[in-house]
Design a protein around this ligand. Structure first.
Ligand SMILES: [Zn+2]
Length: 103
C-alpha cells in the first residue's frame, strides 16, 4: 500500500535491513481507531521493522539489480510484504477499514 491521503499520520523509523541502513515511513497507530485498524497498522509496522508478520508474510526486498535501477531512475526502493488475505494488514482489508474510519 502506498501513502494515500487517508488522514493518517506517518512517522519515520530507522532500521538495518539486509545490512543496509533504511529509513522506514510507517503509518502511526491512532488510539481512536477501531481495534481492527490498530491491529492492521501494528502488523504493518512489525513486518516492516522485523521482516515478518504473524500471518506468515515475509518482507521481500528488491534485489541488487532492482535497487540499482531504482537508484539510477531516482526512485526509492520499496520492500514488499504480501499479507495473507485474512490478515488485518492486507492491502484490501486495511484500505477498506481505513476508508470507513476516515469518512
Ligand atoms: Zn500479515
Amino acid at each position: 500500500m502506498t501513502a494515500e491521503p487517508t488522514g493518517h499520520r506517518w512517522d519515520t523509523t530507522e532500521a538495518v535491513i539486509d545490512g543496509a541502513r533504511a529509513l522506514l515511513v510507517l503509518p502511526v497507530i491512532r488510539e481512536s481507531d477501531p481495534v481492527e485498524v490498530r491491529e492492521g497498522i501494528a502488523r504493518r509496522r512489525l513486518a516492516a521493522v522485523t521482516g515478518t508478520c504473524p500471518c506468515g508474510a515475509v518482507r521481500r526486498m528488491p534485489n541488487r539489480a532492482q535497487r540499482r535501477a531504482d537508484r539510477q531512475a531516482g526512485r526509492v526502493s520499496r520492500a514488499v510484504v504480501e499479507h495473507a488475505d485474512q490478515c488485518p494488514a492486507a492491502d484490501d482489508t486495511l484500505r477498506r477499514l481505513l476508508s470507513e474510519v476516515d469518512r
